[in-house]
Design a protein around this ligand. Structure first.
Ligand SMILES: [Zn+2]
Length: 132
């Protein structure tokens, strides 16, 4: 059962999608490959409606970026941005920094260091309780 608010959010998203499609079609000089409308209500809580570029123009567009780790040129697609900001609730000023491969490596690295850290804590805890 969907709440009225969820339904309203969906309706707004549908309307925005139509508007963007129309705008892109009309503007034949547009270099937009793909644009996804911003659903402001789904964004992470913030105090600004003009904070970042996508918020000012009302839709996400494909953004080229260079991976900070391996230097590969990548595209952060409009679709990925919509997911990141509206589903994952990413910070509105956050941006893509790593390619898919490096993101995976970075995740494995931080999982590993968390595991090592937790094991260290556990060992210390056991030592403390033995000493008592
Ligand atoms: Zn990379």
């Amino acid at each position: 059962m969907k709440s009225g608010k969820q339904r309203r959010v969906e309706l707004i998203a549908e309307r925005q999608a139509k508007e963007v499609k129309r705008a892109v079609k009309q503007d034949s000089t547009s270099n937009l490959e793909f644009a996804a409308p911003v659903n402001y209500e789904a964004l992470a809580p913030n105090n600004s409606y003009s904070g970042s570029d996508f918020m000012r123009c009302g839709y996400y567009t494909d953004l080229p970026f260079r991976c900070v780790d391996c230097g590969t040129d990548e595209t952060w697609t409009a679709r990925q941005q919509k997911w990141w900001f509206e589903v994952a609730k990413g910070h509105i000023f956050s941006t893509a920094r790593r390619c898919r491969n490096c993101r995976r490596k970075e995740r494995e690295r931080s999982n590993e260091s968390r595991r090592v850290h937790l094991e260290g804590l556990e060992r210390r805890r056991q030592k403390t309780s033995e000493a008592q």
